[in-house]
Ligand binder design. Structure first.
Ligand SMILES: [Zn+2]
Ligand SMILES: [Zn+2]
Length: 208
């Protein structure tokens, strides 16, 4: 009577349920290959499954998504975090780096009675706040071509973190003694922006 095979993955020793067609090792039910839908593989162990090109690609994209999610959180760009100052904001405040002037222009229209009757009057209100310019990053600009098809292009745009900054990152252009918030559509560069803020707040006068 032959000895029942035991799992040889990580010197596991539990009673085996199958043998791997790739590495020839017996595996137990814990070390059996299984995908996200809990489909089981009868002839593949978990370590060999993890090395298949599909699983390697999947692990890489999962890791990238996690990093991007963390970077969005760093700038308060995920719903649920908006009430508090962002980690970026706290790092910039603690660094002692001086914030600069950031302006925003809001335009409203008013139907006003004037000398020659009623007409639309455009009001432009400029408000000033402060923030830190953290560098140039990729912003996506949505638009339409001549045939009305949706198009977009990505370009490097100056980017700021506002103070107080419970509202993520914004794109700006130079304006007066500081910068003016522009209406860009979609920020694409959270990972590099997080790196930039961490770099610029690391070695500063106030850091101990
Ligand atoms: Zn194997
Ligand atoms: Zn095992």
């Amino acid at each position: 009577m032959s000895q029942p095979a035991v799992c040889e993955v990580n010197e596991c020793g539990v009673l085996a349920v199958g043998r791997c067609g790739t590495c020839r090792r017996p595996f137990c039910s814990t070390h059996q290959a299984r995908d996200g839908s809990w489909k089981q593989y009868v002839d593949l162990c978990a370590p060999c499954f993890a090395k298949t090109p599909e699983q390697v690609a999947r692990a890489e994209s999962d890791a990238w998504r996690k990093r991007e999610y963390a970077a969005k959180h760093f700038f308060n760009e995920d719903p649920g975090f908006h009430a508090e100052p962002s980690l970026a904001h706290e790092a910039l405040l603690a660094s002692g780096l001086k914030p600069v002037s950031i302006y925003s222009v809001s335009i409203s229209q008013e139907y006003r009675l004037g000398l020659f009757g009623r007409r639309w009057v455009q009001n432009e209100e400029v408000t000033r706040c402060e923030g830190w310019v953290i560098g140039e990053f990729d912003w996506r600009d949505d638009g339409h071509d001549r045939d009305g098809n949706a198009i977009y292009h990505v370009s490097k745009v100056l980017t700021v973190v506002l103070h107080p900054a419970a509202r993520g990152v914004l794109s700006v252009t130079r304006y007066k003694d500081g910068y003016l918030i522009t209406k860009k559509h979609d920020f694409k560069d959270y990972l590099s922006a997080e790196v930039a803020v961490k770099e610029m707040t690391r070695f500063t006068p106030n850091s101990g």
